[in-house]
Ligand binder design. Structure first.
Ligand SMILES: Cc1ncc(COP(=O)(O)O)c(C=O)c1O
Length: 457
């Protein structure tokens, strides 16, 4: 679409005002694109004011503005705003789609072919048909959706402990802002999800690293980190940790809760990939074994569905829950009701369990195909073999600059994530994060590994 819009912009610039563009059908034939692409490109040019469309007669070059406006001077803003800039670089790398022709081995969401697009369309249509779809939802979220999350999480969690939010990322913002004051330390795994680091920093918190190994966060160093930093919270992903794929071992689950209890601290559990296990089912979440409101749990479903289904749940108890609810209410009132209704329709539909099974099977194939391709084309590199999630964590040889590798890989036709931004402080070694859920097929994953091998050689 972007390429066609560029071409049409060039054509329109060469035309006089009022001159007629070729018909949509002619554009379809000339540019060998679909009618939908033509209509979206024309829509974009119309929104930019370059063309005017007249139903029934076609699209015409618009009048040109007489002179380019003077570039504005925004200098005063630099003085007024000061230095509180938010750094979006890591997050925007993750959210930028791979350019045409580039194999996507980076990104946090399923390839569209794995998303339940049909089921979502049906769920959204049913949701939108409800007479009260656009009315306010109950505060805290639709009762049935809260009950579904409570039952799915298990343990002693009740629907009253659940608040529906606008996705995992928004939940992180709300929870961190509700529980911690600006300037406070926050223990985080090292490495950790870079979006959590970005939120923490944007909220004025200071991330303090605690190392992760193959069994998850290390409880011995966690105790030390609480003692040294005085932190009152740990942000952790005990299940299919992003980026390493580690699952916190059963023994450590108890230890982490004990250490947090001794420190009088909260444990913020980001359970973003629970439904994406490709081997044995994952252990129950930490919140299911917590009887004292120590764990604040974030359950997000975008990873198992689609990025724009921006509805998630936060589970909390006691005064912390009250603060989280109050913060959410003040920040956003409530998540859009049609999306809450859509998620409810989706998870209550008979196809939901089937969809999850299909995704898990596809991800298992993709994980294995990627590991096989790496073993063949990059035999010197050590790769994690995650039991779920979306990512492999690849150790690069000492001395290699992972950021430079990721940039060179992009030029070589494959998008990967450098390990560096996932570390809250110095990275102990260079890594790449390779996502196996974002490519179109196992053949494309193998092609991505070949291209990366060419870059690394
Ligand atoms: C560990 C983790 N938590 C939370 C999120 C946020 O996802 P969403 O806002 O789509 O739920 C992501 C997305 O990449 C993630 O990897």
């Amino acid at each position: 679409m972007a390429a066609l819009a560029d071409a049409l912009r060039g054509d329109v610039r060469r035309m006089g005002p009022g001159e007629r563009l070729p018909s949509s059908r002619a554009l379809v034939e000339r540019h060998r694109v679909s009618p939908v692409t033509v209509s979206r490109a024309l829509g974009l040019l119309a929104a930019e004011g370059l063309i005017v469309t007249r139903p029934g007669s076609g699209a015409f070059a618009a009048e040109r503005p007489s002179a380019a406006p003077e570039p504005a001077d925004f200098g005063w803003q630099a003085v007024t705003l000061g230095d509180r800039a938010v750094d979006p670089s890591g997050v925007s790398w993750l959210l930028t789609p791979a350019p045409d022709g580039v194999v996507a081995l980076s990104g946090g969401y399923l390839h569209p072919s794995l998303q339940p697009v049909r089921a979502l369309a049906t769920a959204a249509a049913r949701a939108a048909r409800r007479p009260d779809a656009w009315d306010m939802p109950a505060l805290g979220g639709l009762p049935e959706l809260r009950a579904w999350f409570a039952r799915t999480v298990g343990g002693a969690v009740s629907p009253a402990d659940v608040v529906i939010t606008s996705g995992g990322q928004q939940s992180l913002t709300t929870v961190l802002r509700a529980l911690l004051a600006p300037g406070a330390p926050l223990l985080v795994e090292s490495p950790t999800y870079l979006g959590a680091l970005a939120v923490a920093r944007a909220s004025g918190l200071h991330p303090v690293p605690v190392p992760v190994d193959a069994d998850g966060v290390r409880p011995d160093l966690l105790a030390e980190a609480f003692a040294l930093s005085g932190a009152r919270a740990l942000y952790t992903q005990p299940t299919f940790h992003n980026p390493t794929g580690a699952v916190l071992s059963d023994e450590r689950r108890g230890q982490v809760l004990d250490v947090a209890r001794a420190a009088g601290a909260f444990v913020i559990e980001d359970d973003f990939a629970r439904h994406l296990g490709v081997a044995a089912p994952p252990p129950p979440p930490l919140v299911a074994r917590d009887g004292e409101g120590r764990v604040v749990h974030i359950a997000s479903l975008t990873k198992a569905t689609a990025p724009s289904l921006r509805v998630a749940a936060v589970i909390a108890r006691g005064p912390a829950a009250a603060r989280i609810r109050a913060t959410q209410l003040v920040e956003e009132f409530f998540p859009a009701r049609p999306l809450q209704e859509t998620l409810l329709e989706l998870v209550s539909s008979p196809g939901w369990a089937r969809h999850l099974r299909a995704v898990r099977t596809a991800l298992r194939e993709r994980r294995d195909a990627t590991l096989a391709a790496f073993a063949r084309d990059l035999p010197g590199l050590r790769a994690s073999r995650p039991g779920g999630g979306l990512h492999l964590w690849i150790r690069l040889p000492d001395g290699v600059d992972d950021t430079a590798v990721a940039e060179a890989a992009l030029r070589g036709g494959v998008l990967v994530s450098a390990g560096r931004p996932f570390f809250p402080a110095e990275a102990p070694a260079p890594h790449l994060r390779i996502s196996y859920g974002t490519a179109a097929s196992t053949a494309e994953l193998a092609e991505g590994a070949r291209r990366l091998a060419a870059v690394l050689s």
